[in-house]
Design a protein around this ligand. Structure first.
Ligand SMILES: Cc1cc2nc3c(=O)[nH]c(=O)nc-3n(C[C@H](O)[C@H](O)[C@H](O)COP(=O)(O)OP(=O)(O)OC[C@H]3O[C@@H](n4cnc5c(N)ncnc54)[C@H](O)[C@@H]3O)c2cc1C
Length: 600
């Protein structure tokens, strides 16, 4: 039985036939690896995700975490699955050998993680948050902080969180008010309230390492006065032993629409619930220099945002495969023109409208997976390409693609989940099938790690204008290479290449026109339409790239034919959607700008 979590065939096609990850073993960082070690890691991820994560996905949704005022309780399967995950060693898949990492390429590690996200996105959030936290400390923490906090996290003994948001400051982190007061011994005492903190409290680990954004009194206002602190739930001694409870208190759990297995918390820092050293105030340790907190967080943002895109893709993918399996089995109705009730019913996959819904899902989820793995491959280029110019190019391209890689899967793989429910009909609307939970789980992704609207402002307001438009130029040049290759192949590939080239030209013209008078208010008025249109152009590019990696039509099998058909679908049905969006942008439409709040 093929897996209904992900398609290993598709992963192998993307990693090997398209991205040629095996060539990376020529580079010193990956010299210990081979196609075999990559395959072993993927096999292991699929097995543990299937056997330990998928079976309690529904149970963790039905019995969400609870808090009795003293303790947070989760169903026991979560802990068991996380113990199995720790044993795989995959948490450190992409990290340096010096911290016990496996030094797998990012592209392979990302593909491994996708199995866990598809199987159980809520349970997998605990190690992935911990990994984000550890990565940040590896980049910016001191050697002592790495020894004290990162090593136990990588061993699976401590878990980590990211504490940015506050009740009054979500999108606008410039307005956070949590403060960190310096102490004579070099530590700080942290006071404030953090909202929405995922994994903020539980008993799954010996300790929780909170990374907290806070202001040191007297610092500059706005984002320039924000610093980053380590605030452990339990204080850790110089010898690594656990000491007093720190003054971090769970005020309550948020009860969410989806992602229910991940605790989501309101945390009070320094309100006197505990009194380390005999007084109120959460003991914190400054990471790096003061006032660099947001820049440090942003350092990791690319990876975190690609991780969100990967999670959205994984949920879309598993929903697609489950609706596909259902459509093959469910008998209903007869073909148009064969209305004789004495004939047998056909499986619903025989109806063109059901195939439309499956093809749409396939084009979204396989297009999104290609983008996620392409970005992970860019991370490998950024870190290990032999020439500095290539490393810089990868960095620039990744910067431009990040808001798209976060937002496009969050929008369209969520839509894939919507279509998966539709394919199942009434059954899709019940809790007897997984697809409704996938939809609820996936609904988070356009909200966290910067909302859809904030990503749009980032893409059009920052990424497309930075360094005199260098980001846009890099994107169009890179897509231009694909277009040239498509034209050389000729036939259908050349036709797709021409259509893609026209969409890229439109992107450049519209971007220029939007910024023609340099007025950000009117330029950004329809930023979301821009994000969505450029996102579709980028996914069309991912589809042409896949077509170019296929064997000649006569030498291919059903898998390859399906890829070609999904590419056709995307170019014929989806890419034309960008026309009206670009028209709206090109006209610098003011409908939303001119709408007054009192007219609603
Ligand atoms: C389940 C869940 C888990 C989370 N986990 C974490 C976590 O672990 N750590 C953490 O720090 N945070 C976490 N968050 C917080 C999350 O990042 C924020 O919810 C998000 O950044 C949005 O902030 P907000 O909820 O305050 O909404 P707001 O910022 O109030 O936004 C509300 C709406 O207004 C729009 N908007 C706001 N400002 C602008 C603007 N300038 N221009 C245009 N539109 C704007 C937004 O796009 C959105 O549609 C989590 C949230 C959820 C729901």
């Amino acid at each position: 039985m093929p897996s209904t979590l992900l398609s290993r065939r598709d992963l192998d096609f993307l990693l090997h036939e398209w991205l040629r990850v095996s060539e990376l073993v020529e580079r010193p960082r990956y010299a210990e690896h081979s196609r075999e070690t990559f395959d072993d890691a993927l096999d292991l991820a699929e097995r543990v995700a299937t056997e330990q994560f998928a079976p309690h996905n529904r149970a963790a949704d039905l019995t969400e975490p609870s808090f009795d005022g003293q303790r947070v309780r989760l169903i026991p399967q979560v802990r068991a699955a996380l113990d199995s995950f720790a044993e795989t060693g995959l948490l450190t898949a992409g990290l340096d050998a010096s911290v016990g990492g496996l030094q797998l390429p990012h592209a392979v590690a990302a593909a491994c993680f996708t199995w866990f996200q598809a199987a159980n996105v809520a349970t997998s959030a605990y190690p992935f948050l911990t990994l984000g936290n550890a990565n940040l400390l590896l980049a910016h923490g001191s050697a002592e902080q790495v020894d004290t906090y990162v090593r136990p996290m990588l061993d699976g003994r401590f878990f980590g969180t990211m504490c940015l948001s506050e009740p009054h400051a979500g999108s606008s982190l410039a307005d956070i008010t949590t403060r960190a007061e310096p102490q004579a011994d070099g530590t700080y005492r942290v006071f404030g309230t953090k909202m929405w903190i995922s994994g903020g409290d539980h008993e799954l680990a010996e300790n929780i390492v909170h990374l907290v954004l806070a202001r040191i009194p007297g610092g500059p206002p706005g984002v320039k006065g924000i610093s980053l602190f380590i605030v452990p739930k339990v204080l850790v001694g110089a010898d690594g032993s656990l000491g007093d409870r720190n003054d971090v208190v769970l005020a309550g759990l948020n009860h969410k629409m989806g992602f229910r297995g991940t605790t989501n918390t309101l945390l009070n820092f320094g309100d006197g619930g505990h009194t380390p050293g005999g007084r109120a105030g959460a003991v914190g340790h400054l990471v790096g220099p003061p006032h660099q907190g947001l820049a440090q967080m942003f350092h990791m943002m690319n990876e975190a945002r690609i991780g969100v895109g990967a999670g959205a893709t994984a949920l879309g993918y598993t929903g697609y495969l489950k609706s596909l399996a259902y459509a093959r089995e469910r008998p209903q109705g007869r073909p148009v023109g064969a209305k004789d009730p004495a004939t047998s019913q056909v499986p619903i996959i025989d109806h063109p409208d059901v195939r439309r819904m499956l093809l749409a899902q396939k084009s979204y989820v396989e297009g999104a997976l290609a983008l996620v793995l392409y970005c992970a491959r860019l991370l490998d280029e950024q870190h290990t390409a032999p020439a500095e110019a290539d490393r810089e190019r990868a960095h620039l391209l990744l910067d431009v693609l990040t808001p798209i890689t976060k937002s496009w899967p969050s929008q369209w793989c969520l839509h894939a989940n919507d279509l998966a429910i539709q394919v199942l009909g009434g059954a899709g609307y019940t809790r007897d099938h997984d697809v409704e939970q996938h939809y609820r789980d996936n609904r988070l992704n356009p909200i966290h790690e910067g909302t859809h609207g904030i990503q749009a402002l980032d893409l059009l307001g920052r990424k497309m204008t930075m360094r005199g438009g260098a980001g846009l130029a890099e994107l169009t040049a890179t897509i231009g290479d694909t277009v040239e290759r498509g034209r050389k192949v000729g036939g259908e590939a050349a036709d797709l290449a021409d259509r893609l080239a026209a969409a890229v030209d439109r992107t450049t013209e519209v971007t220029r026109r939007l910024w023609a008078d340099g007025d950000p208010v009117s330029a950004l008025a329809n930023a979301t339409a821009y994000l969505e249109a450029v996102g579709h152009v980028v996914i069309a590019w991912m589809w042409l790239e896949q077509v170019l990696a296929l064997p000649p039509e006569e030498a291919g099998d059903a898998f390859h034919a399906g890829k070609r058909q999904a590419a056709r679908y995307f170019f014929r049905v989806e890419l034309p959607r960008t026309g009206p969006q670009f028209d709206l942008l090109d006209s610098r439409d003011r409908t939303t700008l001119d709408m007054r709040p009192d007219w609603f």
